[in-house]
Design a protein around this ligand. Sequence first.
Ligand code: GMT
Length: 381
Amino acid sequence: MKIGIVCYPTFGGSGVVATELGQALAAEGHEVHFISYSKPVRLEGEVKNIQFHEVSVIDYPLFDYSPYEIMLSSKLTDVAKKYHLDLLHVHYAIPHASAAYMAKQVLASQGIKIGVVTTLHGTDITLLGKDPAFEPVITFSINASDAVTTVSESLKKDTLKYFSVTKEIKVIPNFVCLEEYEIPNKEERKKLYAPYGEKILLHVSNYRKVKRVEDVLRVFDKVRKQIPAKLILVGDGPERKNIDTLCKELDTCGDIHSLGKVKNVEKIIGLADLFLLTSETESFGLAALEAMAAKVPVISTNMGGIPEVNVHGFSGMLSNVGDVDDMAKNALSILKNEQTLQQFRVNAFEQAKKFRIEKILPMYEKLYEEVLSKQQAIGNR
Ligand code: GMT
């Protein structure tokens, strides 16, 4: 198949999922075309069957706001025609789903058919999409897609709750490539962060309010008062200043390694003994899955799709949002006993196996085939 993938090229989970999916499809022999305003961060080197097409954003003095959606639609139309694409798979509804709809209409006016698959990722529904500023167009674009997927049952429920969706929604969970998370010389590398064998806690996010990174610091503070521990923070974003202030207030800065944005998180995440995910909500919590793939148990909240990924008492522990005492208690109950920690590590990896890419990729391929055969059936009428 010839597939156009549209995504945000940044460090967000939706861009990561789209990139990894495209790479896996290309490895299966499909021709994959990424279309975005810059090259996705995890798309590295020259890869067989993959091309990247940049949407060049034109600025003009009249525009207070550049109309990116139109430029994206034009690029989609252009790439679809030039490379005879069979379908467009757009990740994150805003503005990708409506841009794809527009491209589909432009192509149809020229007698060209193309299927559109929309994958909803979370904040495009739960935070932004339901805002009246977006809702009518998002509802329309979801219903106008040839197929719609969500990354968890929880996000499917939220989508049905907030939007008048008539289209069937399929749940296709996020995935990991387990082999990528093995770390050579792990014990040596751990010493860089924990020279005296301290336990390592780790958090990865885009530091938005929804992640509650301040809770990460509070949990860590409680843990390190009981056992020697270090915290690795990966990421950056709008909450950075508040985090810096809190680490001074708690006097924890000396035990925290802030690494900023890291391209290959899989090379770091496995250094941890525990992963912390304190979010107000997550449609899925890809970072938690990545941790489990690296044999790291997860201390998380119990919101949104997180319980579909992290199983309480097995791959980690779940608490109510903001209950930092409970999270710290749970963390200590795992970290204080080496045997318990080892068992949780084994379980976390077992849980991650349920989401291995080899299981999930065929679900997308099947969906693409269904979309294409429906298109053909309509064309033959
Ligand atoms: O977490 C973010 O803010 C980024 C956002 C994105 O669009 O990249 O993540 C969402 O999609 C990820 C991939 O499907 C999910 O793992 C995250 O749980 C989801 N974030 C939220 O729902 C807050």
